[in-house]
Design a protein around this ligand. Structure first.
Ligand SMILES: Nc1nc2c(c(=O)[nH]1)N[C@H]1C(S)=C(S)[C@@H](COP(=O)(O)O)O[C@H]1N2
Ligand SMILES: [Mo]
Length: 509
């Protein structure tokens, strides 16, 4: 009952929340129509991610997994709704009081939008559209509320006016947001281009090598694209039409180069099986996958450009402004470091870097595997800093030898007697010589290895052991082709990759 003492605050707060949500809707619609990659809310969330110290960001990634970013956006929305309600309550005191909240929120939005890489003046339009909506929608709702206060005799009709104004604003906001989405359906467009894209030289299917490991529950040797782990700092994935993509290679080179997508795929294409893994992967974790990548070797490209002898690093930048610094040597030696255009015989999925990403065998993703890559500056480690190294992660990111038990799983109950154990092991660009398994601290037993066509992909392994009734502990270790045995010293991923042996407990009965 508006205009009476009871429940009087609620309609004012509600008016603030409605106006606030209407402003989010119109700013979202404006971003869509202008095909700006993100709404201002998402830009704020990405700014929060960027300002989060490395260790905290790391913990959020590992605790929340893929949910970390939706959880962040949700948290921001909850805070916003609280501030909208506050603006609504302030309106009880007068016209100007709530404007402080609206202008402050718009200020944060502007700061976030302008902090984006390659921000252009039009990027501020969605924020301004949102601000105008906040101020006008809020004052319309407040007028409706005040009318009732001045004319208590009109209590019920005034209430009707407020409900009608509120309803009209909500409907308009939803309509505008949906309309904006339809008009600016950029992603669907890029998805269609991706589906229709045929890249000469990319073979759809190439059977994985005959592998001797056939054990239910073990990770498939070739990781399907849809099961491949995903790690990046974006909320809205960049959607880049191949015709609009270009890569600039510059810095300490004799000749600078700007490469279009058609220039790139006109060059000789290389196909290579490469296992990619994340430095954040815990011992036994799943942030690792093996795919066949098709692309252009960076060593050949860079050789054409003439790299200065002073250079020892390449600063890579993605369309969304993520950066990493890669040791030059890893891009110019005999390994298949490449600008990849296809993954498992298909154009790269959008979330894995469409249309072009970097893949470097033997280095963790955070120093090498730039998705949506658009710029490469040949430089020196002294002069360049990457996104994660700036947060305290190690500058050089060679992968560490690792092995994982996939079968049985920790905590499984298994029949006593013969037990098949299996999993994967990797030491990219060095190769796996042997895998050994130990039950209850007894002798290490050698496992059988599956085939691998080169030293860059992982290998599957399998061994059969005898387990009597009771509880058992199983550990695995890998031995590299360089003679290195995987260490049992336990270390967390920060700053250069986890170490320790994957160990599981099972019960035989
Ligand atoms: N543009 C961009 N590229 C990026 C990242 C990122 O945050 N942004 N993350 C890197 C990290 S830490 C890893 S482990 C790999 C993961 O690649 P995937 O998501 O295709 O598995 O991408 C790398 N490339
Ligand atoms: Mo990573």
């Amino acid at each position: 009952m508006i205009g009476h003492d009871t429940g009087r605050r609620a309609p004012w707060a509600l008016a603030g929340v409605l106006a606030g949500l209407a402003g989010l809707a119109t700013s979202y619609a404006a971003a869509m129509v202008l095909t700006i990659r993100e709404s201002p809310v998402v830009a704020v969330a990405e700014l929060v991610i960027r300002l989060t110290p490395g260790e905290a960001a790391e913990r959020a990634i590992s605790v929340l997994g893929h949910l970390d970013k939706p959880a962040l956006v949700l948290g921001i929305l909850v805070i916003l709704v609280g501030l909208f309600a506050l603006a609504g309550r302030l309106a009880q005191r007068g016209f100007w009081q709530p404007q402080v909240v609206w202008f402050a929120l718009a200020g944060v939005g502007l700061a976030a939008v302008l902090a984006q890489r390659g921000a252009v003046p039009t990027d501020v339009i969605p924020v301004l559209v949102g601000l105008v909506t906040w101020v006008t929608a809020h004052s319309a709702l407040n007028d409706a509320l005040r009318r009732g206060r001045r004319r208590p005799d009109l209590e019920s009709s005034e209430r009707r006016v407020f409900v009608m104004v509120a309803g009209a604003i909500s409907l308009a906001a939803v309509g505008i947001a949906v309309g904006g989405r339809v008009v600016g359906a950029g992603r669907r467009h890029v998805e269609a281009s991706r589906r229709l894209l045929r890249i000469p030289g990319v073979t759809r299917r190439q059977p994985p090598p005959a592998t001797s490991v056939d054990l239910a529950g073990i990770a498939p040797w070739q990781t399907p694209n849809e099961d491949f782990y995903l790690i990046d700092t974006t909320l809205a994935k960049p959607t880049i039409e191949p015709t609009e993509w270009s890569l600039r290679i510059h810095g300490l080179v004799d000749r600078e180069l700007v490469l279009s997508f058609s220039d790139l795929v006109a060059r000789e294409l290389t196909e290579s099986w490469i296992t990619l893994n994340c430095v954040s992967n815990e011992v036994g974790g799943g942030l690792v996958g093996n795919a066949r990548w098709s692309g252009v070797r960076l060593a050949d490209l860079l050789a054409d450009l003439g790299v200065s002898a002073k250079a020892d690093a390449v600063l890579q930048t993605s369309e969304d402004g993520w950066t990493c610094v890669t040791p030059l040597a890893a891009l110019t030696d005999d390994r298949d470091a490449m600008l990849a255009v296809a993954m498992n015989g298909r154009p790269l999925p959008i979330e894995h870097g469409f249309p072009v990403r970097t893949v470097v065998p033997g280095l963790y993703g955070y120093v090498s595997a730039t998705k949506w890559v658009v710029d490469m500056e040949v430089t020196t480690f002294d002069d360049a800093m990457g996104y994660w190294t700036d947060k305290g992660w190690s500058a050089l990111g060679p992968v560490k030898i690792a092995s994982r038990i996939d079968v049985p799983q920790a905590g499984d109950d298994v029949p006593a007697g013969e037990l098949a154990i299996g999993g994967v092991a990797w030491h990219q660009h060095t190769g796996i010589e042997a895998v050994e398994v130990q039950v209850d601290g007894r002798e290490w037993e050698r496992a059988d290895l599956g085939d691998a066509p080169s030293v860059d992909p992982w290998v599957q392994w399998r061994v059969t052991v005898d387990v009597p009734k009771g509880d058992h502990t199983i550990r695995v270790r890998a031995i590299g082709k360089d003679g290195q045995t995987q260490t049992d010293v336990v270390r967390a991923p920060d700053p250069d990759g986890s170490t320790g042996l994957h160990t599981i407990g099972i019960s035989a009965g």
